[in-house]
Design a protein around this ligand. Sequence first.
Ligand code: ATP
Ligand code: MG
Length: 356
Amino acid sequence: MRQYRIASIPADGIGPEVIGAGLEVLDALAARDGGFSLAVDHYDWGSDYYRKHGVLMPADGLERLKGADAIYFGAVGAPDIPDHVTLWGLRLPICQGFDQYANVRPTRILPGVTSPLRDAGPEDLDWLIVRENSEGEYAGHGGRAHRGLPEEVATEVAIFTRVGVERIMRFAFDCARKRPRKLLTVVTKSNAQRHGMVFWDEIAALVAADYPDVTWDKELVDAMTMRMVRKPQTIDTVVATNLHADILSDLAAALAGSLGVAPTGNVDPQRRYPSMFEPIHGSAFDITGKGIANPVASFWTASMMLEHLGEARAAAALMTAVEQVCAAGILTPDLGGKATTKEVTRAMCEAIRGIN
Ligand code: ATP
Ligand code: MG
């Protein structure tokens, strides 16, 4: 029996509702598969913890997570605590502490979900967006001079290192190679930014030489936004900087129809540390406690986590169940349905038991 240790951090708002639903579905999958089991450690970190202890997680938090095979994360953020406190108090220390340098966002239009792209269906949009997650525009370099004076200057310097760009590029080519179309688009802005972005282009060409089986092209980020809307079929795997991919992946989530279905993984491809998987939506306090949070993002997140653990068969079964449940119209109100979180979860567990 293959055994995995999962660290569950549901945190705030609808986080506990959707992670609870995801853990139920994972239990059903493990029972059906029979080949693996999951031991789940529960952590009560987040905004409630902050109100009691003044920090979002204990000082030895990373130490305690280190032994996990993966981290299953809900959402962090509360109306009474500033966003930068919650973000820098929990998610970012984990991403940085465990060098999760690749952020991965699969994007598809699920059956029963309507995309704002007229006529676009599941066959037109099946993307994997890879975001550089450790440096670039969000490295925090820069500063302010002459504060408050007419000659005030602020700089925000993007940092691109050879190690950093090369490792994300290799990871993206590896991802593209594993997908049926073996197609990668490298997004930069090298017409206007002639240092870091030209560097990206150069490293892309260098790494591409090791992947003769992958077809790749380059696109400027502004043109890429148009291509995503006008020619979604021409895109498969995408790699871009921290800032560019941040923006492109939100566009992608919107084009796929709903925030409530979109998952993401913060991955250490070298597997020195646990990777962290989470729905991309936030804590959504407007619907917290109402029992109507869409758990599909959390299910898809769980599928990514299983894939990362090497349980590809269970990961695929989970997505088959998601597609069956969505196609049957068992949808939460954000997708125009009437089902509750619990009803969708129950339907998922039944679908899983029915898959052979
Ligand atoms: P945060 O501040 O943590 O980002 P938020 O309250 O801004 O959280 P988001 O997750 O960014 O919430 O989502 C914006 C809105 O989308 C929510 O207020 C909610 O109405 C809706 N939403 C998000 N996720 C879901 C979901 N899983 N199911 C249903 N509705 C959702
Ligand atoms: Mg938000």
